[in-house]
Ligand binder design. Sequence first.
Ligand code: NI
Length: 244
Amino acid sequence: MRLSLMTWPEVEAHLRQSTAVIVPIGSTEQHGPTGLIGTDALCAEAVANGVGEACGAVVTPVLSIGMAVHHLGFPGTLTLRPSTLMAVLRDVVDALAGHGFRRMLFVNGHGGNVSTLRAAFMEIHAARAQAQLAELRLDTLNWWQGRRVRELCHSLYGDKEGMHATASELALTWALFPERADRRVLDPQVAPTHRFQGPDDFRRNHPDGRMGSDPSLATAEDGQRLLDLAVADVADALRRFSEA
Ligand code: NI
């Protein structure tokens, strides 16, 4: 159930049955010459909404701007600094907790958000403990980290999946927006992978924005399979999270 499409009495009634909520979080950042800037937010939102439908869980609107400082060298990228994102997360969690939600699973679409999410969770736990408020269960899961998705990615793309602007995430967005599919082969076909510091260094070492990937392998059809498997993986994780 999408929170955006519920009324407040429906939320109040739902809270008598379950105090779990899913919060999709993504990023608005370059995804190479053929990938959409909204890829991470679109993927997280689609997977989270699928899980919400499958499990009858409430899903908040996607937090679509994440921590993408290192992608700022490419036009269109937006970012929150880690400290800003932590403040946003704390306010969103506080609002949900104020209504009675106690278990919040962040379905994440961007690896660059993970350390900030974890730090924010600890800040929230510390503040609530000090104020003697009810302890919350907070966790985050990348949509691509479940067993089913990892197995299909490995069989479809092997090492060419890469680290950024990956074949799997572009495929998933092309399942959602087939008219935006762009399967041209890039040069080099498989992008380089380096460590990086800030945006200048990232762009110098990854000139077209990709890291280690060959997104020409992606298809909308495989994207739909990945979406279905991601929903199944995250739904399993939500059930474990809700029972723990
Ligand atoms: Ni991405």
